[in-house]
Design a protein around this ligand. Sequence first.
Ligand code: HEC
Length: 138
Amino acid sequence: MKLFFFFYFFGFGVFAYFLVPQKSKAQSITNGSLIYNDFCYRCHGVNGVGRDNLIPPLKSSDYLLKNINLSIAGLKYGLKGEIIVNGKVYDGYMAYQGLDNEEIADVMNYILNQWGNNYEGFIDASQVENIPKSIFEK
Ligand code: HEC
């Protein structure tokens, strides 16, 4: 009988695990597109091309694609001061947009896979969680 209960609950656990699957990358990108339209679009533009000398592009941005953790930190803590994007200097300010870790992960997955950008990895909330503010000092 004990064994029966063991397998009964074990089986239920396994079942529950598959019932609540981890969010897929496609789902994260879909959520991220909604966040982009709500929070980022007004500055970075419809195709992620930025604006003049004020707002850097996200499309084909070497800063974004080569500094993924720094880009996450910019969204988590805000970004201020001089940065170089595709050889061009920007010295502006992007305020923290009020997004939680999960939302930051989703919008990162979106911008990393839009407008020709392509990132094979997958960013989840725990990666965002683990990035400290001190990353800017390195
Ligand atoms: C009020 C305008 C504004 C909004 C809204 C905004 N940004 Fe920014 N963003 C900026 C500016 C300005 C910079 C450059 C900051 C600097 O010069 O240090 C920047 C820089 C960045 C960078 C790093 C540089 C690059 O181009 O690769 C990323 C990534 C980024 N933003 C993503 C986002 C995402 C995602 C959102 C929405 C959640 C967002 N931004 C919302 C203005 C904005």
